[in-house]
Design a protein around this ligand. Structure first.
Ligand code: PMP
Ligand code: GLU
Length: 397
């Protein structure tokens, strides 16, 4: 522990998704060929119409600070999108554009939480949720969906977890890491549990919305009786293959939007002006987004089939996002070269250093002995990675 670093930052864990990316880069620098299925990042190029809008913006000299919450043009386009796709009735004044969904989640948690306030987090959860809650001095209360229920939590579980200190509920759907999506009926049941508790807000992270393999997608904010208590998080990284452009957003009640605007105004201001022009163009043509989705769906089928050929590995079929999340518990506790593998962390490290495949251990997402495998990669990489995984696992004794 470094005493020159604040207790706040000392207490934070490094993002495991980013840590695995760092470790695989280190091995690559030593000359190894690593198949990287660790990071949640589209392998596609940003679509042409989006790139063109950015180039045009540079040429037009669109290089000044924008409003903290984003340009009016982009916020209006987002408000229209939310009305059209999600049944959410927000205006531009309810939207706060940020430097990625990650920042939007941090903005709203810092805005809602006082020390010791509780946030109910649906588990498995995305790595950064627990750490951002910690940063905001809140307490994450984890409720876990069972694999039998497709990793989804039930209304009964939610009801049992609510206490007088509960201030928010936080989940992603499609879920990172499981790909689970809540149906209309399941969301309505969850929303009914929250309805009688005016102090509880729902933070719905919908960043994988456009990578949805189901016929329809429901946003929890579309239920009128809780609409004003839902904070919808979304962004351009995943559906538009724009991870490096850094544009995300939040849609929420005006008091919350204003509070997040104030917070963001003291930390980062508005995100990149050029990237905002690109994001505005992105929302005008979704054809490339749906083409990418169709390709992810074929890869999903490929990886689920290949994982099914490994003995004792159980995987649910992801309904969205681009992650498979197999249960590898049969293999944790077995030995490699005479040394027992005691945890999924160790297994992920051995897969990296011995089999040269990068994946992220389930414990980083609150689900021990699972492994998150991104299928935002070519068919050849998926085939080779799962072959390496299988060859490694079946040799363990
Ligand atoms: N939420 C989830 C569930 C994610 O997987 C990610 C991954 N980047 C984010 C939020 C943050 O996205 P970004 O900051 O790139 O918009
Ligand atoms: N969300 C991605 C992931 O889960 C990107 C990495 C990150 O921002 O943590 O891998």
């Amino acid at each position: 522990m470094n005493e020159l670093i604040s207790a706040r930052v000392n207490a934070l864990a490094e993002s495991e998704t980013l840590a695995m990316a760092r470790r695989s880069r280190e091995l690559e620098a030593q000359g190894h060929t690593i198949i990287k299925l660790n990071i949640g990042e589209p392998d596609f190029q940003t679509p042409e119409h989006i790139k063109k809008a950015a180039k045009d913006a540079i040429d037009a000299g669109f290089s000044f600070y924008t409003p903290v919450s984003g340009t009016l043009e982009l916020r209006q386009a987002i408000a229209e999108k939310l009305q059209r796709d999600n049944g959410l009735h927000w205006k531009a004044e309810n939207i706060v554009v940020s430097t990625g969904a990650k920042q939007s989640i941090a903005n709203i948690l810092l805005t809602l939480l006082n020390p010791e306030d509780e946030v109910i987090v649906f588990t498995p959860y995305w790595v950064s949720y627990s750490e951002i809650i910690k940063l905001a001095e809140g307490k994450a209360v984890l409720i876990a969906g069972s694999i039998e229920n497709g990793f989804k939590v039930t209304a009964e579980q939610l009801k049992a977890a609510i206490t007088p200190r509960t201030r928010a509920i936080l989940y992603s759907a499609p879920c990172n890491p499981t790909g689970a999506i809540y149906s209309f009926e399941e969301l309505e049941a969850l929303a009914r549990v929250i309805e009688p508790h005016p102090q509880i807000h729902v933070i719905a992270d919908e960043i994988y919305e456009y990578i949805c393999f189901e016929p329809s997608y429901t946003s929890i904010g579309s239920f009128d009786f809780i609409h004003d208590r839902v904070i919808t998080i979304n962004g351009f990284s995943k559906g538009f293959a724009m991870t490096g452009w850094r544009v995300g957003y939040m849609a929420a009640r005006k008091d919350l939007a204003l509070a997040c605007d104030k917070l963001q105004g003291q930390i980062t201001s508005g995100t990149c002006s050029i990237a905002q022009k690109a994001a505005t163009a992105a929302l005008k043509d979704l054809a490339p987004t749906y083409e990418m989705k169709d390709i992810y769906q074929k890869r999903r089928d490929l990886i689920v089939g290949l994982l099914g050929e490994i003995p004792h590995v159980h995987t649910i079929v992801p309904q969205g996002a681009f992650y498979a999340f197999p249960d590898l518990s049969h293999y944790v506790g077995k030995a490699h070269n005479g040394k027992v593998i005691t945890s999924d962390d160790e297994l992920a490290m051995l897969l990296l250093t011995e089999a040269h495949v990068a994946m992220v251990q389930g414990s980083a997402f609150g689900a021990t002995n699972f492994m998150r495998i991104s299928f935002a990669a070519s068919d050849d990489h998926i085939r080779e990675a799962i072959k390496r995984l299988k060859d490694f696992l079946v040799k363990l004794v």
